[in-house]
Design a protein around this ligand. Sequence first.
Ligand SMILES: Cc1cc2nc3c(=O)[nH]c(=O)nc-3n(C[C@H](O)[C@H](O)[C@H](O)COP(=O)(O)OP(=O)(O)OC[C@H]3O[C@@H](n4cnc5c(N)ncnc54)[C@H](O)[C@@H]3O)c2cc1C
Length: 432
Amino acid sequence: MGGTPIPVAVIGGGQAGLSVSYHLRQRGIDHVVVEANRVGHEWRERRWDSFCLVTPNWQCKLPGFPYRGDDPDGFMVRDEIIQYLQDYVAFFRPPLVEGVSVTGLRRAADGHFEVVTTEGEFTAEQVVVATGPYHAPSIPRMAERLPSHVEQIHSSRYRNADQLPEGGVLVVGTGQSGCQIAEDLHLAGRQVHLAVGSAPRVARFYRGRDCVAWLDDMGHYAKNIDEFDDASAVRMRVNHYVTGRDGGRDIDLRAFARDGMRLYGRLTGIDGAGLGFADDLKVNLDRADAVAEGIKDAIDAHITAQAIEAPVEPRYVPVWEPSGHVPELDLAEAGVTSVVWATGFTRDHRWIEIPVFDGRGYPMHWRGATSTPGLYFLGLPWQYSWGSGRFEAVGRDAEFLADHIDTSRRLADVCGALTGAPASVASALPLG
Ligand SMILES: Cc1cc2nc3c(=O)[nH]c(=O)nc-3n(C[C@H](O)[C@H](O)[C@H](O)COP(=O)(O)OP(=O)(O)OC[C@H]3O[C@@H](n4cnc5c(N)ncnc54)[C@H](O)[C@@H]3O)c2cc1C
């Protein structure tokens, strides 16, 4: 601690941290990017072997370094995503320090930030927290009630079917991870039992194009959070399930069921080897389909309004219906030997000792700028738009923050010149 403060500390060297680093470099602002692991860590360590992007490659728009491969409509697989990030580092050589974790962040009396790391402490005039949207695996406490011989892992630790003991697998949750892992296990020949939640789905292709391409044309991804009445509900929305695997296709849970997967409603309780499910499978499947068909309605309306020539495509017809409510599953009877919890993540910003969080621990901000001058967040889901927590728009948010930081530093310089305060003191004035 002490010494000359670093102008800007960026915490986290994922796509968000690298993006803001690029824009800070463009503006000539000195900074350091502190990364706890290695660039690409999240993709390398917390994704399964067959993982690929759900979003098409053309949406990978890292600042100054958009996807330039030969498959813009394809979906990068895990190792290609890691390579894309490594190539980005080689492209602009950010001031990156890897293998150093930030364990504490406080605001000092002079307005600067005290950054505590596993390698010591330093001060910074401004800080961008870019530690990702998904911190700690979220597993419901009822998991403790599973018999000890049933192996259980969180989706972030799932790699492939071979890692699990022989036998049936229960996958809990049907967000993007749960659906894709269930499919992966199903394709590997496992008997999969799937507890279906309320996540919506979207078709991969419709009327000759990827639905993402249509939605892009329709301005869907340009919409910002201020256009919604309930921003916090939008930010908590579950992603639509669909896959980029093998060039991209729908995920149709009904088709899985038709082909032998066992579907249940939401998991409600565990009593030893006995599991209980809500009577909501039919409604969850119907709603997911209704969302997918509603998106097609919107695409149809756009095609008509714009007089676009596009092939006509028949609508989805359900290929399977639940025959009735299945309230229970006996794991032993069904031969289930493992459980994959695809139940999401929680945020963990407890190391930030600055009061900028709401009751749920979500940082209060506008486009990443908080009420504490000089403290910013980047990469939060729906920070500003759909693409904020994704490759699509993290660069746009990074540019906004870099501009904001640049402006505040210029103002601080002016104030410093007017008041005679040293620039390092003036930069901590509440202008950020
Ligand atoms: C299963 C899954 C599928 C996804 N699929 C897509 C997709 O298809 N398309 C898409 O665009 N997006 C997708 N995303 C969303 C998003 O692109 C990723 O979550 C991405 O990793 C977010 O990048 P980030 O830089 O914000 O955070 P991260 O990639 O999480 O990077 C944060 C970095 O900060 C480091 N860090 C954390 N804490 C500290 C600390 N205290 N000190 C120092 N360093 C720290 C971490 O080591 C990490 O490297 C997906 C996410 C998940 C979970």
